[in-house]
Design a protein around this ligand. Structure first.
Ligand SMILES: Nc1ncnc2c1ncn2[C@@H]1O[C@H](COP(=O)(O)OP(=O)(O)OP(=O)(O)O)[C@@H](O)[C@H]1O
Ligand SMILES: [Mg+2]
Length: 364
């Protein structure tokens, strides 16, 4: 059975008011057919992994979760009434809960297996898996939003209806970029405080009043990963030089149909000899001085796996940059890093304002 991608236009139209019963059921039927096919593709992807990788406990338990979701989706009867739809929504919630921690788990598994599975193969596998994940999450989240809208309209919830003009499902038509940066940076400060007992200060400047059209959860993910890197590097710098933590500067700008964020840190930059590896999955220098080079695998004495005992909330799996790049490029954005070795990094995230006429070919 083939996958049936939807266009970006269709995805946005789904949540265009009014939300009717017919629309909800029609979209549920699309998902009912589509989800098992998309899960089957992921299951197949795992089945093609080398045996030694597939038996890794983290990879294997992720595989089991996908397999169970595939089976459950395949067996779920076609949604024909609103009462079927309620059950369907419950299943979606259950499955999305089962996938909540799956990426760190997969990251850990691949980290442990990296000596058995070449970098190019690993990147190919993970690029595909993550794109599939983004696609399935988008069509599912859009359906959940449609269902919510329908419930709100049916209950005469005027507050929700007013909000309906701002959001088209999970797409925010007036996303305030500086506000997202502020919230994410404060969140990362809190993570640093918990993991290291301190955190850098930050400033946001530039065109701070910009609003654009984007998916808030995607934006928050990318900003958080990039800020974690900048804040961590700044903390390391202060530790290595026994000086004040250098502050991080975040500058926002608007171009033609796109917005840009530059995150500038003074955390010592990326050594040129590892610069071309930072977008590789499982590449991390966490646990060493960044000038020491990448972390070597040190097999744990007891079980032969790499010890991750000193894992923190801020860094350590080498998934932040490659995943952020995929998210950025999904709707035609870019992610670039310019490093001033020994001084700091400028990280540039450019994102198009999601527009159907600019991106008519995007298939989800
Ligand atoms: N702002 C930065 N300054 C210095 N080095 C950086 C910076 N951003 C990334 N790096 C380097 O790139 C490596 C890979 O970054 P990435 O975000 O992919 O992984 P990580 O931060 O090590 O772990 P994870 O993000 O999965 O928790 C880092 O380990 C670090 O060596
Ligand atoms: Mg990171």
């Amino acid at each position: 059975m083939d996958q049936h991608p939807v266009t970006l236009q269709r995805l946005l139209e789904i949540c265009q008011p009014p939300s009717t019963r017919e629309k909800v059921l029609q979209n549920a039927q699309y998902l009912c057919r589509e989800r098992p096919v998309r899960y089957a593709k992921r299951v197949k992807l795992f089945q093609r992994l080398p045996y030694i990788v597939n038996i890794n406990p983290h990879i294997n338990s992720a595989y089991q979760v996908y397999y169970q979701n595939f089976e459950e989706s395949k067996q779920f009867p076609m949604v024909k009434s609103l009462s079927d739809e309620h059950k369907f929504i419950k299943m979606l919630a259950r499955q999305s809960k089962s996938l909540k921690d799956i990426m760190p788990q997969i990251a850990r598994g691949f980290y442990e297996c990296r000596r058995y599975f070449g970098n190019d193969d690993r990147c190919r596998f993970l690029d595909q898996l993550i794109k599939m994940r983004i696609g399935l999450r988008l069509i599912t989240s859009q359906h959940l939003a449609l269902y919510d809208q329908f419930q709100a309209f049916s209950n005469g919830d005027s507050e929700h209806s007013r909000e309906g003009n701002r959001y088209q499902g999970i797409v925010d038509n007036q996303l305030w970029l500086a506000n997202s940066v502020q919230v994410c940076a404060q969140g990362v400060q809190a993570m640093c405080d918990m993991s290291f007992g301190d955190s850098p200060s930050f400033t946001i400047d530039g065109q701070t009043d910009i609003v654009f059209r984007y998916i808030p959860s995607h934006l928050d993910y990318m900003l958080t990963e990039l800020l974690k890197n900048a804040f961590h590097a700044s903390l390391k710098m202060a530790e290595n030089t026994q000086s004040e933590i250098p502050p991080v500067l975040i500058t926002i700008s608007k171009g033609d149909g796109k917005v840009a964020v530059r995150i500038r840190d003074r955390g010592g930059g990326i050594p040129s000899r590892i610069h071309n590896r930072v977008f590789d999955y499982s590449f991390t220098t966490f646990g060493r001085n960044s000038t020491d080079g990448p972390r070597e695998e040190t097999p744990d004495a007891t079980d032969g796996t790499t010890s991750m005992a000193n894992q923190n909330m801020v860094s350590g799996l080498g998934f932040g940059l490659p995943m952020t790049k995929i998210y950025a490029e999904y709707f035609g954005g870019t992610l670039n890093i310019i490093s001033l070795e020994g001084y700091g990094c400028d990280v540039f995230l450019e994102l198009p304002s999601i527009k159907v006429d600019r991106t008519p070919t995007i298939q989800i």
